[in-house]
Design a protein around this ligand. Structure first.
Ligand code: CTP
Ligand code: MG
Length: 258
């Protein structure tokens, strides 16, 4: 090793990644059963624009994101491609569309399979979180660039959480078994950010069903860290969430207008 390379910035900060390229996988293949009957959730409109387009724009708004892979409903890839063509998106970002699977986990894996080799940081972002601010996206990317193998944005909880035992007879009250200390609990959001190799390994190793990607990395025994999330990064899950999302959009329009 030459003297020069020993003192290069990369050597002085051994855990910092320098020339990284970041891609985002957006799982958007869910039906949206809890939202009620209608089109797949990601294709439903918010402020007249499909939720998926809001989510794609939120990711592509980051200058650090150079590829967005959308995982479409299994029979909806062509429709998603034409939606992306029909809406204005930043020119510094490339887009790919792949069909999704039966579970969120499978959809994310199909998105990862489609990633070209040059991306070393991967974010996974729910299409169902259309309003996440770009600052949250950048904060997650920055933490991965600084060396964390897995990063999740999260917020403290407003409600106290109880752990329960399933009721002995369905419909009967459920016995409480524990009350975790609220101050140490966090509600996690997306985008979650990963060293690509770590996430691919997690998806290749963990087979049981999980509800977020970071928990797969935890199962590998690797560290996962939390950065501040944002209240506008909430997930549109039930009908009332649509009301809130429309209100957030209306407030943004009002603020942009003045
Ligand atoms: N998702 C996916 N493929 C699946 C299931 C879910 O890509 N087979 C995506 C959804 O499109 C969503 C994200 O994972 O963007 C988070 O899932 P969730 O909010 O549960 O969405 P749905 O599964 O569509 O909703 P529901 O559970 O109410 O049916
Ligand atoms: Mg679901």
């Amino acid at each position: 090793m030459s003297d020069e390379s020993r003192h290069s910035p990369a050597q002085m900060l051994p855990h910092t990644r320098a020339n990284t390229r970041t891609a985002v996988v957006i799982p958007a293949a869910g039906r949206g059963v809890r939202l009620g009957p209608g089109a797949p959730k990601a294709l439903r409109a918010l402020g007249g624009t499909p939720m998926l387009i809001h989510a794609v724009r939120a990711m592509a708004a980051s200058r650090r994101v150079s590829l967005v892979v959308v995982v479409a409903p299994p029979d909806g890839a062509a429709e998603v491609k034409s939606l992306l063509d029909a809406h204005a998106l930043p020119e510094w970002t490339d887009f790919l569309v792949v069909p999704g699977g039966e579970s969120r986990q499978e959809s994310v894996r199909l998105g990862l399979d489609a990633l070209p080799p040059e991306y070393d940081i991967v974010l996974v972002h729910d299409a169902a979180r259309p309003l996440v601010p770009v600052d949250t996206v950048d904060t997650v990317i920055e933490a991965v660039r600084e060396g964390a193998p897995a990063v999740v944005p999260a917020l403290p909880l407003a409600d106290t959480v109880k752990q329960v035992e399933p009721a002995a007879v369905p419909g009967e009250p459920e016995p409480v078994v524990a009350t975790p200390e609220r101050a140490r609990l966090r509600a996690v959001q997306t985008p979650q950010g990963f060293d690509r190799e770590t996430l691919v390994r997690a998806h290749g190793t963990v087979t049981e069903n999980v509800t977020d990607d970071a928990s797969m990395v935890e199962q590998l025994g690797l560290s996962v860290v939390v950065v501040p999330g944002h209240e506008e990064a909430f997930k549109v899950t039930r009908p009332l969430d649509l009301v809130l999302a429309e209100a957030v959009l209306a407030r943004r329009r009002l603020n942009d207008g003045f």
